[in-house]
Every structure is written in structure tokens, then in C-alpha cells.
Ligand binder design. Structure first.
Ligand SMILES: NC(=O)c1ccc[n+]([C@@H]2O[C@H](COP(=O)([O-])OP(=O)(O)OC[C@H]3O[C@@H](n4cnc5c(N)ncnc54)[C@H](O)[C@@H]3O)[C@@H](O)[C@H]2O)c1
Ligand SMILES: O=P(O)(O)OC[C@@H](O)[C@@H](O)[C@H](O)[C@H](O)CO
Length: 431
């Protein structure tokens, strides 16, 4: 029988004082920000989920500890991560407000998904952050850094705008404080971290000798680029490899278009061709060609040296092909309406402006149309988009919901329609 993982059984240090708060406790926060924070033992995290109550309960029973399995091509390795001092369900509102009001807390990190930046009602992520900041302002108004870690270009600015909009009816002194005393940090985050499976729980026990009911599996690669101020300080994240730069935009373009854009393409075109995981899809001859063609097109619109992009592509291909982390396409396919506009459409527009019809973005849109039509669909705009995808003239109507100029491009609409048919015939040939 294995011993339950706790700070006592693992002979781990006591929980560090809480100086960072996190919202959106899931797999990625634990494989990424928690690991960087562990490099600085002076900083502990109070981590909150949004809706999930099971994960914080499991973590609380383990004193915040969990094992991280790093799976590359060789033997998997497991480390015990001890940076989370407390884990709370989102419903723990009093503690959330107390943590955000505390002047000991210097920063709030977020992984609330791309869709989480929409909406500002009380139950939404933005509504919760606003309530916490309102309390902080009332409690003395210590400055704070907000560090969004979701895959959105200019994520610091996106968060600032979401909070500005949500605070439109608030008192003027609070609104000024939000502008002057809250620092919005831009980030580029990267570490492929799929959802944990029951099999991973069994492997955690074999690798660590502990019963761990909240393990995480990730790849060896990890990157964190940040740009912005930390008025009350921050953990020495650079000790774990984080880099602080003045301007992130080109790195964000590279990561969001090359990695996430390719993931989005594979999620939709790959699912249409019957693939289930990224590693399976990227080995499929049709999808391998589409991925290479997407990277060729994206490279034309990314202002980085060709050799650097070639190197980046090569490493991505290895990461995508790894059987160590098996990333389900269905997980990546969620919330397409929030992802395609940042990852695929800017490149497509630039190509159409010079009269080119690039196959890969067209395939991504065609695959998305099939996904919306055949479901199941998890997307904040599903109620609007699914009926459009099931109607006559679906390609034009769905494109119109993304961007009316694209829908007015008759050549593009008919290319997407043709590609839907092409994917259908290819899928039929395979089955
Ligand atoms: N998993 C990765 O490989 C990876 C890598 C880079 C960035 N990210 C970013 O992190 C996000 C979370 O990924 P994860 O792997 O931790 O997923 P996860 O499913 O393990 O956790 C997601 C967390 O976000 C919360 N959430 C979901 N929908 C929300 C909403 N509408 N509003 C507020 N919170 C919401 C969930 O309750 C949960 O706490 C991704 O959406 C992405 O933006 C993930
Ligand atoms: O939900 P998304 O599309 O933002 O993310 C799904 C994956 O593409 C993503 O999690 C990648 O694995 C990650 O961005 C790697 O750093």
C-alpha cells in the first residue's frame, strides 16, 4: 500500500507565506507558474479554481502538494511541487476577498481560458477579479500586478480592457486606482500540459511511491516570457528560466500562430479526418502537409529571421510528435470562436490582401465548420454558431459571425465550402 502524499510524508518544507494568488487552478498552472514559483521558497501561492471543487479538495488533503510527471522521449521523471500553500474552490469567496485585500499579496496570476475574459457578471472570472480588487482598494489600496497566463495576444491589455469595461459603473476613485495602481503584465506562456487521466494517477504512484490523487503530466519544454511591472515585487522566476523583455509582441505572434495555430488547425481538420490526439494527427500525411503549409504561410507574416523560425518549427514538430504527452484534440477544439481570430485570421487576411488563397487556414475554417455542425461543441458562442453551421449557406454565415469582410470574400467562402467537401471525401476514403 502506498502512503498518501502530504508535506509530512514527503518531508517537504512547510507552506511558504502566501504572496501570490492564482485564479483558474487546473493542469497548466501547476505545470508552469507553480513550478517557476517553487524556485523561490519565500513565495507561496493561494490557488483558486473557477467551478471545480474536487481538485482543491484533493490538493488540500495533500497540503497543496502534487507530483509533476515530465515525459519526454526517455524515462518519465516525477518531481513533487510544493509552491501551492493553499488550494480553494472558487466558492470560497470570503477567503478570496481576504487574500486579494492583503498587502502581503503582490500578484495575481490567471489561467481562466480565452473565453474567461468575456463577460463581467458576478459569477464570471472578471467579475470575481473586480470584486477582489474593489476590496483591495477599500482595504488601503496596495498596488498589485495582474499576470494573465492564457494564450491571447497582448493578454495584459486584454485583461485591462475587460476590467475597465466591467468597472464602468464603479466609483471614480476606484476606476483611477485600477488605472494607476494595478499593473497589467503581458506574458507568453508555453508548456504542453494535457488533462490528467486515471492512468497518470497510477503512474504517479509508481514513480513517486506516494498515493497522489492530483498529479499533472507535462513535457520537458517550458517557456515564460513576461513584460511589465511588479510594484510589490515578485518571485525570482528567472531562477527557473523565466525571461523579462520589453516587448513581447513578436514572441506572442510566433507562439500563438506557430504552436497554437497549428494545434487549432489539427484540432479541427484532424478531428474531421478521424484523429484523436495531436501526435496521431501530426503523423497523418494529409495533416502533416497541412501543418507544414500553415507554418510556411505564417512565416511570411512573422517578422523573425527565417533560420530562427525554421528552428522553432523543427522543435515544434518533435514536441507535437512526442508520445510522452498525448494531447486530445477535443480539448484543444473548445472555444474556437475565441481562438481562430487571434491565431488563424490575421494570417488569412494578410494573404487575401495579396490575392493568395492559402490552403491551411481554409482547412482550419472548414474543419471548424464541420466541428460546429457535427458537435459536440463547447464554445461561449455555441448557441449562435451551431445553428448557423447547420443552415444553408453555412460557410458564409459562420464566417460572417467572425468577420463580415471575410464573409464578403466570395472566393474564400467557396474555398471553405470546397474544403468541407474535400475533408468529407478524405474521411470517407480512410474509413
Ligand atoms: N494546458 C496547456 O498546455 C496550456 C498551455 C499554455 C496556456 N494554457 C492556458 O491555460 C488555460 C487553462 O488550461 P488548463 O490546462 O489548466 O485547463 P484545465 O481545464 O486544467 O483548467 C482550466 C481552469 O480554468 C477554469 N475555467 C474554465 N472556464 C472558465 C471560464 N469561462 N472562466 C473562468 N475560468 C474558467 C477552470 O475552472 C479551471 O480552473 C488554457 O485555456 C490556456 O489559455 C494552457
Ligand atoms: O485551449 P488552447 O487552444 O489555448 O490551448 C490548447 C493547446 O493548444 C495549448 O494548451 C498548448 O498545449 C499550449 O499553449 C502549449 O503551450
Amino acid at each position: 500500500m502506498t502512503t498518501r502524499l502530504t508535506r509530512a510524508s514527503a518531508q517537504a518544507r512547510p507552506p511558504a507565506p502566501v504572496r501570490a494568488v492564482h485564479l483558474g487552478l487546473g493542469a497548466f498552472h501547476r505545470a508552469h507558474q507553480a513550478v517557476y514559483t517553487m524556485a523561490d521558497p519565500e513565495w507561496g501561492i493561494a490557488a483558486y479554481t473557477f467551478r471545480n471543487t474536487e481538485l482543491p479538495r484533493r490538493l488540500a488533503e495533500q497540503d497543496g502538494l502534487f507530483s509533476l510527471q515530465v515525459r519526454g522521449e526517455g524515462q518519465p521523471e516525477a518531481v513533487i511541487v510544493d509552491a501551492i500553500s493553499r488550494a480553494h474552490p472558487g466558492g470560497d469567496t470570503d477567503q478570496w476577498l481576504a487574500d486579494l485585500a492583503s498587502p502581503d499579496v503582490a500578484l495575481l496570476t490567471l489561467t481562466i481560458t480565452e473565453a474567461g475574459y468575456r463577460g463581467d457578471q458576478d459569477g464570471s472570472a472578471i467579475g470575481r477579479v473586480l470584486a477582489g480588487l474593489r476590496g483591495r482598494h477599500r482595504a488601503g489600496g496596495a498596488p498589485i500586478a495582474l499576470v494573465p497566463c492564457d494564450n491571447l495576444p497582448g493578454n495584459g491589455g486584454v485583461l485591462r480592457e475587460a476590467l475597465r469595461t466591467a468597472a464602468a459603473g464603479e466609483a471614480p476613485d476606484f476606476r483611477s486606482w485600477l488605472e494607476d495602481q494595478v499593473s497589467y503584465v503581458d506574458t507568453v506562456v508555453d508548456r504542453i500540459t494535457p488533462a490528467t487521466t486515471e492512468e497518470d494517477v497510477a503512474t504517479a504512484a509508481q514513480l513517486t511511491g506516494f498515493e497522489d490523487r492530483a498529479p499533472v503530466v507535462t513535457e520537458p519544454f517550458s517557456e515564460w516570457l513576461l513584460s511589465g511591472d511588479f510594484p510589490l515585487g515578485r518571485p525570482a522566476w528567472e531562477k527557473a528560466g523565466a525571461r523579462f523583455v520589453d516587448d513581447l509582441s513578436v514572441y506572442a505572434q510566433r507562439k500563438l500562430r506557430f504552436l497554437n495555430g497549428a494545434h487549432t488547425l489539427l484540432a479541427y481538420a484532424g478531428s474531421a479526418l478521424g484523429c484523436a490526439t495531436v501526435d496521431e494527427a501530426v503523423q497523418h500525411p494529409v495533416l502533416a502537409n497541412l501543418t507544414a503549409s500553415w507554418w510556411d504561410v505564417a512565416a511570411r507574416h512573422t517578422p523573425l529571421p527565417a533560420s530562427e523560425l525554421a528552428d522553432y518549427r523543427q522543435r515544434l514538430l518533435l514536441r507535437f510528435s512526442s508520445r510522452g504527452v498525448r494531447h486530445n484534440l477535443v480539448q484543444i477544439a473548445a472555444d474556437g470562436s475565441q481562438k481562430l481570430p487571434a491565431r488563424i485570421l490575421p494570417v488569412l487576411r494578410a494573404e487575401r490582401a495579396v490575392q493568395r488563397m492559402p490552403e491551411a487556414p481554409v482547412a482550419a475554417l472548414a474543419g471548424w465548420l464541420i466541428h460546429l455542425r457535427d458537435g459536440p461543441v463547447s464554445d461561449p458562442r455555441a448557441d449562435e454558431l451551431v445553428p448557423l453551421a447547420r443552415s444553408r449557406d453555412a460557410a458564409r454565415r459562420v464566417l460572417s459571425a467572425l468577420d463580415t469582410a471575410l464573409a464578403d470574400d466570395a472566393g474564400l467562402v467557396s474555398a471553405v465550402e470546397d474544403h468541407v467537401e474535400h475533408l468529407r471525401l478524405s474521411a470517407e476514403r480512410i474509413s
